[in-house]
Write a protein that binds this ligand. Structure first.
Ligand code: ZN
Length: 77
């Protein structure tokens, strides 16, 4: 039971949770060039497309809902 490949996931936050935060808390949690208003506009846009999760960090393998689908870590030495 010691697989040589390991799957890692980016952490993600529910978009609905982020939209409920105060401006201050939102800006402590994520950064956005448009500030809290710009971030909220983008989050609402994501929700309108069915994306309910915001992944933290660059992720090239996302589920349709925006969450990380996992990355297999091949023998990283
Ligand atoms: Zn990812």
């Amino acid at each position: 039971m010691h697989p040589r490949t390991k799957t890692t996931w980016h952490i993600h936050m529910p978009v609905g949770y982020l939209l409920k935060l105060s401006d201050k808390r939102l800006m402590e949690t994520i950064t956005h060039p448009g500030g809290a208003d710009g971030a909220r506009a983008e989050l609402r846009d994501m929700l309108s497309k069915g994306i309910t999760n915001l992944v933290a960090g660059p992720c090239d393998n996302q589920n349709p809902d925006g969450s990380c689908a996992g990355h297999s870590d091949k023998e990283a030495s």
